[in-house]
Design a protein around this ligand. Sequence first.
Ligand code: HEC
Ligand code: HEC
Length: 296
Amino acid sequence: MAENDPFPGEDNTGHIWDGNLRELRNPPPRWWMLGLWASILFVVGYGILYPFWPTADGYTKGLLGWTQIEEYRRGVAQVEAVRAPFEERIRGLTAADILADPELTQYTVASSKVLFGDNCSACHGSGGQGNPGYPILADDYWQYGGTPAKLVESIGQGRQGSMPAHGEILSATEIDRLARFVTELKSGEPGAEDGWSLYRAKGCVACHGQEGDGVVVRLPNGDVITVGAPSFRNGIWRFAPGGYESARYTITHGVNQPGRPGSREAVMPDFGASGRLGEQEVKKLAVYVHQLGGGL
Ligand code: HEC
Ligand code: HEC
């Protein structure tokens, strides 16, 4: 081979392609070899100290006794040690007490995010922004009241608004007039007088309130009593898609009427009484939701 080598004096392997492309026998640079030996040593050291080689019935455990699950457990224990004193303080307080203390509020909101994500966001959206047919929790408007106590009640006991179907009680003209009336109010208009008289005459006022804002009784302490009938005085439609047709549908078929297949469904599951969440968790979620929307 060497005598045919067109590149005499060069330490090549004799493998030559395309006339001048050849394989040389140069040693790799020193830094590269050092790096190679250092990494081999590292692997050997690592293999001795940490879990490494598979064996017939498991794996070598390593001299340090480190395990991933142990590290995770230590992490969880650390988090719990930070949380425990807060959880203890919250235990004796009401949701309103917690909201009066900025530090406890901050802790409660931060530690309830996952709770909300796991239990509530499927229906109410991950930021409480609502979904078609499910109410928004991140605004200032509440069908059942937004005080801390009312929120605890909504979450702990569940809610299920009820409105009778008016399809057989009212004439088609009356239903049409009321649906238009509701749509007018929703779009910010004051509502024509004939609309208001029909609204009062047909009993809508009993649940949707004197002002059409869903409030049945206002208490001196600022709290309200409602039956969960939505306000017509804001632009938020409770049922999708909203608008005149949607209103006509609700008036005709009602809400949560057993034995009436067309009726709207509106069920907020009870989380406390059913045992799905503990009292402490319900309280924390009330604080969380209150911070999303700001209460009354
Ligand atoms: C299966 C769907 C569903 C889930 C899950 C759910 N909700 Fe609801 N929630 C509803 C519906 C529907 C309503 C409205 C009930 C009505 O209109 O009568 C509602 C109403 C509410 C209200 C009252 C709103 C108002 O305007 O007064 C609050 C507060 C609330 N939910 C909080 C929560 C929290 C907190 C969770 C998680 C623990 C949760 N919800 C989980 C469906 C759900
Ligand atoms: C017994 C109480 C009650 C009476 C009476 C009642 N409603 Fe309702 N109405 C409700 C409740 C409760 C809801 C909402 C249910 C829910 O969200 O759970 C509702 C919902 C509605 C909606 C849906 C609004 C939206 O945003 O999608 C319309 C429209 C409506 N009512 C119109 C009327 C009209 C018009 C009358 C009079 C003919 C009337 N209601 C009588 C309780 C009542």
